[in-house]
Design a protein around this ligand. Sequence first.
Ligand SMILES: Nc1nc2c(ncn2[C@@H]2O[C@H](COP(=O)(O)OP(=O)(O)OP(=O)(O)O)[C@@H](O)[C@H]2O)c(=O)[nH]1
Length: 334
Amino acid sequence: MNPMNVRKAFVYDKIINWFPGHMAKGLRLITEKLNSVQVVIEFEPIAQRKDRLIVYNKTDLAHPDTEAAITKAFREFKGQDVVFTNADQDVNVKGIIKYLAKKAKVSGTASEKELTTTVMVVGMPNVGKSSLINSLRRIGVKKGKAAPTGAIPGITRTVAGTIKVLDSPKVYLIDTPGVMIPHIADPISAIKVALTGAISDHLSDEEVIADYLLFQLNQEQDYGYLKMYNIKEPTDDIKVFLPQVAKYIGALKKGGEYNLPAAAQFLIKQYRLGKLGRFTLDDIRPESLEEFLTKETEDSVSRRQQKKADKIEDRKIKRQIQQRKWEEREQAKL
Ligand SMILES: Nc1nc2c(ncn2[C@@H]2O[C@H](COP(=O)(O)OP(=O)(O)OP(=O)(O)O)[C@@H](O)[C@H]2O)c(=O)[nH]1
């Protein structure tokens, strides 16, 4: 097996083993709080039962075709609109405030004689949940960053554990931005997740991630990196590419050898800042989006069916226990 593939498989193992423990707490919080909120803002489809608003943030970093492709697919297969935001620049955040205000009027709960709606924001680490919350506050209540819990009582946090994002009607975000476990089906999905910054970089193998990034750059035939890093010709070989980047940024080890992990880290950072161009790692061809969105519906249906089957089974067991108890009592009477 190619040594890079062995490393890819290793990254996958590390990530797969790391995620459950780290995400379990976040997921527990989501599940516990889900019943007490009216709206969920999701950075990726996750919660099925609530009113949800799906937000694709960091739209400035995505391939320019992404917005139209995803909008079309969601309308067609889900009958639902999605919002594309740049939370750092408050792009399209007003639309979310409007949506939440409308929800508060329709499905808000009465509190302090006013309609109130509570919202939860869920998504993978680093997708921009905190940035979106801060942006919602900037737009909704003209306030800056949400202060740490309890720091500014009264004005910013009129309800403990919540962050106010709109005054009238009242809209609160619950103060537990939830993290979620993405579906990591294979090594490449794991590497994509790592490339977006959802996993601490030290956990993944930076050179493997950089290898995948180089593949993406070449796939898009985006050879801007040649000029950027003073490289003569395109290459698919990370072992050829990284030393040239290391040379360009002057990353050397003590003995004068090129520091390849540092070059890989530099590249990944450049990618996340959008300096290498706009990329969408997932497949956004219509047929792939159809498969993804219809699978989500099927999964949710099969989860609902499973729950129903579990309930029926529970009832059956309870009836059997009651029957046995009754029989024992009747037996005892004889
Ligand atoms: N280019 C770009 N960067 C963004 C955008 N939104 C957030 N960021 C940046 O992405 C990084 C992560 O944002 P956070 O808001 O901390 O992400 P998070 O989802 O709260 O992360 P966790 O707390 O780890 O779960 C920060 O450096 C933000 O400045 C965006 O729309 N575009």
